[in-house]
Ligand binder design. Structure first.
Ligand SMILES: NC(=O)C1=CN([C@@H]2O[C@H](COP(=O)(O)OP(=O)(O)OC[C@H]3O[C@@H](n4cnc5c(N)ncnc54)[C@H](O)[C@@H]3O)[C@@H](O)[C@H]2O)C=CC1
Ligand SMILES: NCC(=O)COP(=O)(O)O
Length: 334
């Protein structure tokens, strides 16, 4: 089985240092073999500025697994990058995007078992002309270019106590009600149920769909979408044989006894899913993209510019992302 491909993310964020730390912890934290797609000079500079002496080896993906026990394998970018911890630079955007594209290419070529992405900051990439809301949508576009098939990506935050899936993702809150349709809820729920079975090995996945409004609309008194849009989707899913409940009031579906009744919460908007996921387990939760023809995981956190280069960034969520990517890749191969 090939190693995992890790894209370096925004190099001004914590991506380089959490990748370095994850490699340093490879033995004690049981970190699966990976190669980092990055500018080797920048990685060496960041390690040095953090007081680390890292044996780094520039290599091809094919050489990475053998090198990993003794060296941090770095597959070099064509676009060089400037080390500027905490201050994102537009000039680094090309390399950041190249790393993601290369990781996906290696997954399609069979040189990587899965893609693991370090965080990108959206704004500097948008300013450099990046036209996708985030990795999730960009990865789907890359998948479509490789397969010539339509690809519907679904974001899942997977932690030890909760899996949460937002139906709408990176759109302004004011646009959520009109973006929310029964068709969209059905598509996201079906992909989630299928992949919980195929990739996570859950024989009969149970879904819990949240409402949109307080108290799931309180019978229409506090909003109409719950009964008009979400409930019909729940009925269709149930008729298809999916174990599903909802719309559930979102304020009471995340305490421990409620979480024990489902395998994934399907939530109506970004923060409805990501707030409970990150509040319960910020350091252990992983962002997984479902619906792609390859495995992709990522830490749940962002670029953390406020702490980049200070040597305090925790590698835990990246390590969880690496472990989950390995597990899902192994499950899919069986
Ligand atoms: N997968 C990705 O590419 C993601 C990217 N982002 C992007 O990251 C940028 C910054 O987003 P924020 O909302 O500030 O969230 P953030 O996750 O970068 O930071 C939030 C807080 O958590 C802390 N933190 C984050 N990661 C940490 C770590 N590994 N160790 C210790 N503390 C950590 C930060 O210092 C900060 O105080 C945005 O541009 C956003 O779009 C956000 C989430 C995921
Ligand atoms: N809030 C989650 C996030 O921003 C990660 O998005 P993506 O870059 O993985 O699409």
């Amino acid at each position: 089985m090939p190693p995992l491909a890790v894209s370096g993310g925004d190099p001004s964020g914590v991506g380089p240092e959490i990748a370095i730390t994850a490699w340093k912890l490879r033995k004690t934290a049981d970190v699966p073999a990976f190669f980092l797609i990055a500018d080797p000079d920048l990685i060496a500079a960041r390690a040095k500025s953090l007081g680390e002496t890292i044996p780094l080896k520039v290599c091809d993906p094919d050489e990475a697994a053998a090198l990993f026990p003794d060296f941090l394998p770095v597959v070099p970018l064509k676009n060089s990058q400037t080390d500027s911890p905490g201050v994102p630079l537009a000039e680094n955007a090309a390399g950041t995007v190249e790393a993601i594209q290369r990781a996906v290419g290696y997954a399609f070529d069979g040189k990587a078992a899965a893609v693991v992405t370090c965080p990108i900051a959206k704004k500097p990439l948008y300013e450099a002309g990046f036209a996708h809301p985030g990795h999730t949508e960009f990865l789907a576009e890359l998948a479509e270019a490789h397969t010539k098939k339509v690809c519907k990506p679904v974001m899942m935050l997977a932690g030890p106590q909760l899996r949460a899936v937002p139906v709408t993702i990176h759109i302004p809150l004011a646009e959520v009600p009109k973006a929310l349709t029964s068709e969209e809820i059905l598509a996201v729920s079906r992909i989630t149920a299928r992949e919980l079975k195929e990739k996570f090995g859950i024989a009969r996945p149970r879904l819990a769909l949240s409402g949109l409004n307080p108290h799931a609309g309180e019978g229409g008194a506090l909003g109409k979408e719950d009964d008009a849009i979400i409930r019909p989707a729940v009925e269709v899913l149930a008729a298809e044989g999916i174990a599903v409940r909802g719309p559930l009031p979102a304020d009471t579906m995340f305490h421990a006894p409620a979480r024990a009744t489902y395998d994934a919460a399907i939530c109506m908007y970004h923060d409805q899913a990501l707030i409970p996921a990150k509040a319960l387990a910020f350091d252990e939760t992983v962002n997984v993209t479902l619906g792609l023809p390859f495995i992709r995981t990522s830490p749940d956190h962002g670029t953390a510019f406020d702490i980049a280069g200070k040597g305090v960034a925790r590698p835990d969520s990246l390590i969880a992302a690496l472990r989950l990517a390995r597990k899902l890749a192994d499950n899919t191969r069986k």
